[in-house]
Design a binder for this molecule. Structure first.
Ligand SMILES: *Cc1c(COP(=O)(O)O)cnc(C)c1O
Length: 458
């Protein structure tokens, strides 16, 4: 399988080259040149384990890692999960929940980042080279990125976060990781300050090349690919129905885009139900055709508080029948004016999506109602998905709602609606006792560069 950029400026990369490039060098996103249709093979899937499904699905998109080596990478990536089904489906009332949160940091990003870390390590060992990963986090992704590369050869990770402004729990999920290749940097400033340092350091191309800087942002193709797998696993765990619906709480369009790929591969997903919180750029797009940047609203589902959905460009590419000129035109309109309109009549839009957006009050009400009716505790992100799913579902079809975080990660929100319920997780409790390490740095690009230079050792 070869990889190309959505904007036409990069062509003919292998899978490993696409993973190491991350963002396409022309500013676009890397996508596979074709999406294979495997509907004829699905009847064999019914007896496969999660990792066997992963090998089959990923194998369609990877031809530069031998299959035995790929199987080893997959086994290693999911051995860190706390459930043998990796992403178990559980019945809750008249629907199903797929729990994507059994990885080391209890959020769905582990599914992708455990795999990405192993692919990085494999490629660096095979081809030589080192990687210094630099990232900024307001809380949630940093810990999953760290868990993905801790202790790996030839990789260092530097994660900046605003000192004192992430939740104590989120900070401890990062700072209690004491591996030598992990550096937590508490910046004396806001999350925006961290992001502007990040941009500045990456813009210094000389520095970037000298220190082999890389990112683990949400647009890496390997992340999307790892997520495609669990849509197949959901269908198998449901007993291979003729058709089913999936609801996904959505921010950067990464998770649900993976579902869209699975659907194009022939998995019988009737509708992908896309749910946003108040940050509803995607809901507005799918109802009006207008893609327009908003300002960020802080909500009860913070991992979905985004202005722009970074994976969305990949969807446009397929909707425009892989016409890179049209994608480039829409994206340059959007980047220069903050909005772009796609005319639904001139684009052959599919009917894959139903969308809705959810307020904080509705999110909290859904957590309370679900708990009272079924005894199951939803985290606030998952509750956003469940709310929209129950509004738009076709009750004749099985429904799976993707659960993206363990409720104990967001117990502060849950307590607002269910003050008497004690929600904990042993691995989060254990963090309170563990030693922690972080480096405090001033809000200055040079200080971060110096720090990277000092810690750039194997
Ligand atoms: C990242 C995240 C999301 C949003 O996923 P996208 O791929 O950005 O759409 C939802 N819930 C949780 C808990 C997350 O960490």
């Amino acid at each position: 399988m070869r990889y190309v950029s959505t904007r036409g400026g990069v062509t003919d990369l292998s899978f490993c080259e696409a993973v190491m490039m991350g963002l396409a060098s022309d500013g676009g996103l890397l996508v596979p040149a074709d999406i294979p249709d495997i509907r004829d093979q699905l009847s064999d899937f019914q007896t496969l384990s999660y990792t066997e499904i992963a090998a089959r699905v990923m194998g369609c998109f990877i031809d530069d890692i031998p299959s035995e080596a790929l199987e080893t990478l997959i086994e290693k990536s999911y051995a860190t999960f706390g459930d043998e089904r990796v992403t178990p489906v559980v019945p809750v009332g008249d629907m199903h929940i797929m729990e994507l949160f059994h990885g080391p940091t209890l959020a769905f990003k582990d599914v992708a980042l455990q795999f990405l870390g192993n692919v990085f390590e494999y490629v660096l060992a095979r081809d030589g080279g080192r990687l210094n990963i630099l990232g900024a986090t307001s809380g949630d992704t940093g810990s999953a990125a760290i868990a993905g590369v801790r202790g790996k050869d030839n990789i260092n990770i530097f994660i900046m976060f605003p000192d004192g402004r992430t939740s104590p729990l989120q900070e401890r999920q990062m700072t209690t990781v004491l591996d030598d290749n992990v550096q937590n940097i508490a910046i004396e400033g806001s999350f925006d300050d961290c992001q502007s340092i990040l941009k500045g350091v990456f813009a210094d191309l000389e520095f970037k090349d000298a220190y082999q800087l890389g990112a683990v942002n949400s647009v890496n193709w390997a992340r999307v690919l790892a997520q495609v797998v669990y849509y197949f696993a959901a269908w198998v765990q449901l007993g291979s129905p003729k058709a089913f619906q999936v609801a996904v709480p959505t921010g950067n369009f990464g998770n649900i885009f993976a579902g869209y790929i699975a659907r194009r591969m022939g998995l019988p997903i009737d509708k992908l139900i896309l749910a946003t919180n108040d940050n509803d750029i995607l809901h507005r797009f799918f109802t009006t055709g207008r893609y327009e940047r908003g300002s960020v609203h802080f909500s009860y589902s913070p991992a979905m508080d985004i202005q722009v959905s970074s994976n969305f460009e990949r969807y446009l590419y397929y909707q425009f029948d892989q016409d890179t000129t049209r994608v480039s035109d829409v994206m340059s309109d959007f980047l220069s004016k903050g909005s772009a309109t796609v005319n639904f009549n001139t684009v052959n839009f599919d009917d894959a999506f139903a969308t809705g957006c959810v307020t904080d009050e509705e999110t909290l009400a859904k957590i309370v109602e679900t708990f009272e009716n079924t005894g199951y505790l939803l985290d606030p992100h998952t509750a956003v998905g469940v709310h929209v799913a129950q509004k738009y579902r076709n009750s004749e079809l099985p429904l799976v709602c993707m659960a993206t975080a363990h409720p104990a990660k967001f117990d502060d929100v849950i307590k607002k609606g269910l003050p008497e319920v004690d929600v904990t997780h042993p691995s989060l409790e254990a963090l309170k006792e563990l030693p922690a390490r972080k480096s405090q740095l001033p809000n200055a690009q040079q200080a971060v560069k110096n720090f990277i230079a000092e810690h750039n050792s194997p």
